[in-house]
Design a protein around this ligand. Sequence first.
Ligand code: SF4
Length: 281
Amino acid sequence: MAAGGQGTDPLPARDGWPSDPAGPDTPVARSAHDVTELARSADTLRELTARQSVCRACPRLVAWREQVAASPRRAFRGERYWGRPIPGWGSDRPRLLIVGLAPAAHGGNRTGRIFTGDRSGDFLFASLYRCGLATRPTSVDAGDGQRLVGARMVAAVRCAPPDNKPEVTERDACAPWLAAELRLVAADLRVIVCLGGFAWQAIWPVLRTCGFAQPRPRPAFGHGAEVRVASPEAPGGVLLIGCYHPSQQNTFTGRVTPAMLDAIFTRARVSAGLKSRGLIT
Ligand code: SF4
């Protein structure tokens, strides 16, 4: 995004950014152990997202996100990249949680908001808008005024990985951030939509950590796959829905169409008890 200053050097932690959740006193995780401790001890979403946004626990991903931020694509030359982990974003009391894989190198890693600044995000936000879950049809940067309605978005891995492929150790290191966020919103949560098989796989150990009962066998991922899970913190249960990832490859080949995404998010909105404010009722 253009806001936040010009230049091509990576944005140092705590350097100030529109809606930057972190401050000078935000503690920085430098190991998987630190992530576990700092996630567990964050009492509020505000504190949690601040801590997420300055995490440096995965050396490979820290190096990659900052290297990419220092070398903007030609189309984004002159913009300053976020170059840090992408914290959870959206409603503080969501009924719907949307879980993705990881930010894109020149998407979320550039704009500082998940699914923002790339074609996957364009496809996704257009559907969320049609279904009444976002107030605008596009998500451009962290200062564009976009809002989610009754929904929140998170990435299973908060830093952009090379080739969009995080390693298992990186996924596991990042999991406590997701578990802590899930715990802080569990009381209101009714539906989780997992975008892609990676998010589907990543959510199960996190659900177990948060006390959700695990079905046996674990249901396979598929577009429209559904399973209800319950925990003491969400006794009414949470409906887990699988959705193909709106990646460029999936949307270009027609594996995912706007109608398919709309069907998932309409189902999610209705199941979450959210009123229609969109083009689709
Ligand atoms: S992927 Fe997660 S745990 Fe690893 S550095 Fe990024 S925010 Fe921290």
